[in-house]
Design a protein around this ligand. Structure first.
Ligand SMILES: Cc1cc2nc3c(=O)[nH]c(=O)nc-3n(C[C@H](O)[C@H](O)[C@H](O)COP(=O)(O)O)c2cc1C
Length: 186
């Protein structure tokens, strides 16, 4: 697939079929993530793959409670609160796979490094006919000791990018972008 087409057409996918994503395909997405630019080539990322649906259900449940308990007031807090209070809302949308990119090392750019790896992974997934969505709702909980314990993550790791992956049920509608503010200096 043409790179510009992938960049322009990738969308967050929130509806998945029950079809599994096989291990070689997941490994291919990780290989794409590994090619991301990263500070001093430290490659601080680790990849935790979760396919156990009962574990994803448990994390969804606990992450919702954590978000409700810690949610700060803001422009989206009312919308978030009503979603999180809905017992039918599953933060992972019942996707067959969660790939959590966590930083293993300390450093000033670990979040940038893991985020760039995540974008590579999402674009590669799109080119392979798969859907993805970064699940920010999971981040706060996965960074707690309870969240790390559920996934067996060492305490020092920093979960950065929880990305769900699966076969999309359909094509998501276009999502608009604002006109950018661009300042040409000099
Ligand atoms: C850091 C981050 C956190 C996000 N968290 C969520 C989330 O918790 N749930 C969700 O449905 N989408 C989440 N998204 C997806 C965004 O809502 C989506 O990327 C945005 O609306 C733009 O749509 P597009 O990706 O289809 O272009 C997140 C995206 C990013 C980058």
């Amino acid at each position: 697939m043409d790179l510009n087409e992938a960049i322009a057409s990738r969308r967050a996918v929130r509806e998945y079929t029950a079809q599994a994503v096989d291990a070689p395909t997941i490994r291919g997405l990780i290989d794409a993530a590994l090619q991301a630019p990263n500070a001093v080539n430290q490659q601080p990322w680790t990849f935790t793959i979760v396919r156990d649906q009962s574990l994803l259900d448990r994390i969804s449940h606990d992450a919702k409670s954590h978000m409700l308990a810690t949610l700060a007031a803001g422009p989206h807090s009312g919308h978030f609160r009503s979603l999180l209070n809905d017992p039918n809302f599953h933060i992972f949308y019942h996707a067959p796979v969660l790939i959590l990119i966590s930083a293993i090392a300390q450093g000033p750019w670990i979040v940038e490094d893991c985020s760039l790896a995540a974008e590579n992974l999402m674009l590669a997934a799109y080119a392979a006919g798969l859907g993805t969505c970064w699940i920010g709702f999971a981040q706060g909980f996965l960074n707690t000791s309870d969240g790390k314990r559920l996934l067996g993550l060492p305490a020092a790791w920093v979960p950065v990018a929880p990305i769900i992956v699966g076969h999309p049920k359909g094509v998501p509608p276009p999502v608009s972008r604002k006109e950018p503010e661009i300042r040409w200096v000099g």
